[in-house]
Design a binder for this molecule. Structure first.
Ligand code: ADP
Length: 364
């Protein structure tokens, strides 16, 4: 996979002396969906501003499309035709009075034919649901609406790389979903999309690559599953664990294998698949044959038998419940059970059957 942007030991020190980026080395694969996560002040915006040349590194290197970034006026102009940046605060970005003028500004400067500019303005405003506000004065719009205009202006450039700095902050929940949908639409057309966010749940399900930045340093990067498995990193970054990830870990722990899914629907599907119940084998005192899975014991006669015969037991207490758990987790289990206690097991099996799961029981 080719790399669209790469930094090597990038450092940036603001005029006042703040060392905002410290030896940042990241590789952004072409066509990738990347989420940057980390606390406020971590350096995410500072890094993004290097990606489209608003800031120039104090030292270190940055490459765009495998070439050293050209910070000349012409070089930056060319760069910004391809790499567009939606700033955290739309008011830092919008400088036209009327909505459609702002969206048209970028494409117009690409020297595109008027019809093409019109088409892009129409299309981009529609994507963010602002097509009916096209003639309005931007300073009359709400913060969320101004943000949507800023996104539309970026979309109208048909960017190769779309960078959005906390794009969902200040948007209503419906628009947040829509924004990720838009990011996907841009991405399926081949563009690389980078987003910084505090929303770990969406980052987890949306991103291909997650990069954690804290105190100007990259603490971790990898797939969402890899990154959100690093509890020490999350703690340092003050990030919570996405719910879907917790579910993944819980199931993996129980199953002893990774059935990673990035969204609730895939996790549920995997759970169903992984948890097709195993067989519960029931043995009576006296049985000395083969055992399957983990072995439990329930009842005095059975206990006395396994003690005398040195049978290796893993589930020593509450064994009916624990054997049923094993089986519901897709494993086999074996239970030494006194015949007088069969009804306790049967009651448990009926409970489970009431939930639509039939456990196969075989007496050995
Ligand atoms: P993030 O986007 O992760 O919230 P920023 O990149 O905005 O973080 O900030 C990184 C650090 O640089 C912070 O400590 C911030 O206070 C500082 N910083 C940001 N902009 C400036 C600036 N213009 N001048 C001086 N320091 C700045």
């Amino acid at each position: 996979m080719s790399t669209i942007l790469e930094t090597k030991d990038l450092n940036y020190i603001y005029e006042g002396g703040k060392h905002a980026l410290k030896n940042v080395s990241v590789k952004i694969p072409t066509g990738c969906k990347v989420a940057f996560v980390g606390p406020n002040g971590a350096g995410k915006s500072t890094l993004f501003m290097h990606f489209n040349g608003i800031l120039k590194q104090t030292n270190g290197e940055i490459e765009y499309d495998s070439k050293k970034m050209d910070h000349s006026k012409k070089g930056l102009m060319n760069l910004r035709k391809e790499v567009t940046f939606v700033m955290q605060n739309p008011d830092d970005q919008i400088f036209n009075v009327i909505v459609e003028d702002d969206v048209a500004f970028g494409p117009f400067n690409l020297d595109l034919p008027v019809d093409e500019v019109k088409k892009r303005v129409e299309e981009s405003l529609k994507m963010v649901g602002m097509e009916n506000e096209r003639k309005r004065a931007i300073h009359h719009l709400s913060f969320g609406q101004r943000k949507r205009v800023a996104v539309a202006s970026a979309l109208a450039m048909y960017p190769r790389v779309l960078i959005m700095d906390e794009p969902t902050a200040g948007l209503d929940p419906e628009m947040v979903h829509r924004l990720y949908e838009i990011a996907d639409e841009v991405n399926v057309n081949g563009s690389t999309v980078m987003i910084s966010t505090h929303d770990v749940e969406t980052a987890y399900s949306w991103a291909d690559l997650v990069i954690v930045i804290v105190g100007g340093e990259v603490l971790a990067h990898g797939t969402p599953f890899e990154v959100f498995s690093m509890r020490d990193v999350l703690e340092k970054a003050g990030l919570s664990v996405p719910m879907v990830h917790e579910l993944n870990e819980f199931i993996s722990l129980n199953k002893g294998k990774n059935i990673y899914g990035r969204t609730m629907s895939t996790v549920l599907l995997n759970m169903r698949r992984a948890c097709a119940p195993g067989t519960l084998y029931v043995m009576r005192p006296g049985y000395k044959g083969e055992l399957h899975g983990r072995v439990g014991v329930y009842g005095s006669l059975s206990r006395s038998f396994i003690d005398k015969n040195d049978v290796d037991i893993q589930l020593k207490f509450n064994a009916i419940e624990r054997c049923v758990e094993e089986v519901l987790n897709g494993n086999h289990a074996s239970l030494y059970l006194d015949a007088s206690l069969d009804h306790v097991l049967n009651r448990k099996l009926l409970d489970v059957a009431a939930h639509g799961i039939i456990i196969t029981v075989e007496e050995l």
